[in-house]
Design a protein around this ligand. Sequence first.
Ligand SMILES: O=P(O)(O)OC[C@H]1O[C@](O)(CO)[C@@H](O)[C@@H]1O
Length: 252
Amino acid sequence: MKLVIVKDYQEMSRKAAELLASEVKQHPQTVLGLATGGTPVGMYRELIKLHEDEGIDFSQAQSFNLDEYVGLSSAHPQSYRAYMQENLFQHINLPADKTHVPTGDAVDLDKECARYEEAIREAGGIDIQVLGIGNNGHIGFNEPGSSAESTTRVVQLTESTIEANARYFASVEEVPTQAVSMGIKTILGAKKVVLLASGEAKAQAVRLMVEGEPTADVPASLLQLHPDVTVIVDEAAASQLTVAATSVENKR
Ligand SMILES: O=P(O)(O)OC[C@H]1O[C@](O)(CO)[C@@H](O)[C@@H]1O
């Protein structure tokens, strides 16, 4: 696990955008794994700038998002499809039919999960997966207890995740209680992983992810099992780490 500690949110966002842009530059047909939530918004803003100012070209790339709320249609303003349209897709030249987000209102959700896994496989797998981290250590919507063998499936959201995400809805009652999420195995299948965290609220989860034993109780700690993970955190999110170095070797 390579750990990069930066000053603040802005620097984290810039570094992450540069990493993605360099992948796309070197390999125009890159398969991007994308995340939602508050954390990557700044990274998307920087990526749009790189597209506009430096001509980073997404015309041959494709993308797969980590997750979507069950029951929300793609047109729902709080759906992750709508988030991606607003924060990235409508601003860059990634072909619309090459952007993939699970269908949260599919009639047969199990079939949708299987279809999503198959679509990732058919695309040749994810080249670089962006992740945020929940306060409880979740990645995607893989809540504590998620198996390292899990693939895309319907998951139950925990109370703490529902409460954390209520800020985007009119009330906590409106937050869906389930989601379709790539599994831990799906995420570990990406060739590279970049995880972003900003702010003190993430400090404990970051410490457990980097310094704790790999355990399903802290799903992000299972990233220690992956050979190519870059963790970019700001000083506040790094504040509980005991390491001073900017690189942490894989423990196994
Ligand atoms: O970036 P945020 O808004 O703090 O969210 C952290 C994580 O929680 C989620 O929003 C899901 O609750 C993830 O998509 C994200 O990685």
